[in-house]
Design a binder for this molecule. Structure first.
Ligand code: URA
Length: 283
């Protein structure tokens, strides 16, 4: 059954996310003809149904369904707001989402004139945990700045600089390229203060010309084109859950492991698994 705002999900995924079985076992149920949708037996793997409206039974028992966790990576281009609605009608990331019916919201923000990796999810607990300071989620940015940076500038950024809202935490900083009059820098921080990267570079007298996020926790932007989205693989989603489950203390989402599909490629290596602490506000 389709209604406005419907989101179709693979049957085995819905059965697995209801908690009664693993994805593989759910596939067995389907193959064995034990699953009905709106009274009809479905034996084709990959059949998509509407978890909110379709009536699913497994072995004669009604399945209490919910939307499974969804994770989408967007390569946000410059010129889009990281919100789903703008009262002034400016372009927002909603215009770039795969389907307007997906109930996804952004995990944090990138400035209007920043670009790169923005994660979206329908799981509020995971979104909150990603932004919570105790989880220490590292974000890596490629930054083009005005002028040529000396090693002493990089050291300053590494140690932390005094901004009006306090000293920044130590950062990983390295040169990523040199132009005639400007520099490319790669910087990794785990805080998320408003306009933090721009303010850090302003502080050392080298304003940001271009800012692109290339890594968010274990997730890497890779070759995703500007303006394009893709779903996270099960491995990526599990890496993210693992990071959140093993770092920090509060807001810990249940590390519900989704069994990776056998041939699912591991698109991104996990780069961050060590639990650590910090105390700075993340937005
Ligand atoms: N820091 C900034 O200054 N801007 C962003 O968009 C992200 C980090």
């Amino acid at each position: 059954m389709m209604t406005a705002g419907t989101q179709l999900v693979r049957l085995q995924k819905i059965i697995a996310s209801s908690g009664i079985s693993s994805r593989r076992k759910a596939e067995d149920f389907i193959r064995q003809g034990l699953v009905t949708v709106n009274g009809e037996t479905v034996m084709t793997l990959g059949t998509k149904v509407d978890p909110l409206h379709d009536h699913i039974k497994v072995n004669g028992r009604h399945l209490k369904t919910k939307l499974p966790d969804m994770f989408v990576m967007l390569n946000k281009p410059v010129g889009y707001l990281s919100t789903l609605h703008d009262p002034d009608g400016r372009p927002t990331i909603k215009h770039l989402m795969p389907k307007p019916s997906l109930r996804l919201f952004p995990v944090g923000r990138l400035d209007w004139d920043s670009e790169g990796l923005l994660l979206l999810t329908n799981n509020g607990d995971i979104a909150q945990a990603c932004l919570h300071p105790t989880h220490h989620v590292q974000k890596t940015y490629l930054v083009k700045v005005k002028g040529v940076l000396e090693e002493s500038h990089l050291q300053q950024l590494r140690r932390g600089v005094a901004l009006e809202d306090g000293q920044t935490a130590p950062a990983k900083v390295k040169k990523a390229g040199k132009l005639q009059a400007n520099s490319w820098i790669e910087i990794t921080i785990h805080e998320g203060r408003k306009h933090q990267i721009k303010r850090m570079f302003d502080h050392i007298g080298h304003p940001v010309i271009r800012l692109k996020r290339i890594q968010f926790g274990p997730l890497n932007l890779g070759k995703l084109l500007p303006g394009k989205t893709r779903y996270l693989t099960d491995n990526e989603a599990n890496d993210l859950r693992h990071l959140l489950a093993t770092s920090g203390t509060p807001s810990r989402p249940t590390p519900k492991k989704v069994r990776p599909r056998p041939k699912s490629p591991r698109a991104t290596p996990s780069t961050q698994r060590t639990p650590r602490r910090l105390s700075t506000k993340i937005q």
